[in-house]
Design a protein around this ligand. Structure first.
Ligand code: FMN
Length: 185
């Protein structure tokens, strides 16, 4: 049987990240994976120059250009795990930069016959893993990513895994984390 391609999109910033630790429990269950550690790779927001360059390559149909490499890896994965600490009611900015870099028409999505989006991604499932210092509110984090990948990228199923209230006074973050990890095992 062909090995499933599992892509780990790691937007955790801290070396000792608890979100990364929680994600690793899930990944160990899923099997061998490739990691995209966003703070270690060379991605930048789309300024005018990069945007125009990408559009010119799209118009030529030159999807071999390295500007599409990240998007192609995302589109070709069978299972995707996004790991993102809960920051400012959302997630670290590097994840938004990643999303705008992979959102390439002709790679992760295309315009369907009715002019609406038609997802091109192979993955049937995307997991979103997070940890929060206080209450985790999914509205601008998981809900946003989930809508984006379902409606635009064609990934039919998403699942949220999280641990919350880790930084609340009187709470023991390690035992909250252990409980979330045990649920996954
Ligand atoms: C820049 C920054 C912003 C944060 N914003 C929030 C927030 O809006 N709400 C909240 O509950 N916790 C917030 N926190 C706390 C983190 O969600 C919490 O410590 C989380 O477990 C960090 O994940 P990590 O261990 O993977 O880095 C923030 C932490 C940082 C460093």
């Amino acid at each position: 049987m062909e090995q499933k391609k599992i892509l780990y999109v790691n937007s955790c910033v801290r070396k000792e990240s608890r979100t990364d630790r929680l994600s690793k429990v899930l990944l160990n269950k899923l099997g061998a994976y490739e990691e995209e550690r966003l703070t270690d790779i060379d991605i930048k927001p789309l300024n005018e120059e990069r945007l125009n360059y990408r559009m010119s390559q799209q118009e030529k149909g030159n999807y071999k250009d390295k500007i599409f490499d990240l998007a192609k890896r995302f589109a070709e994965a069978d299972v995707i795990v996004i790991s993102a600490p809960y920051w400012d009611g959302q997630f670290p900015a590097i994840l938004k930069i990643y999303l705008e870099n992979i959102y390439a028409i002709g790679v992760v999505t295309a315009y369907g016959p009715d002019g609406g989006p038609q997802g091109l991604c192979k993955a049937k499932k995307l997991y979103y893993v997070s940890t929060a210092g206080g209450n985790f509110d999914p509205r601008f984090s998981y809900d946003y990513v989930s809508s984006l990948v379902k409606e635009m990228f064609g990934i039919p199923e998403t699942e949220l895994i999280y641990a919350e209230n880790l930084d609340m006074e009187g709470n023991d973050p390690e035992s909250i984390l252990a409980e979330a990890m045990n649920k996954l095992r």
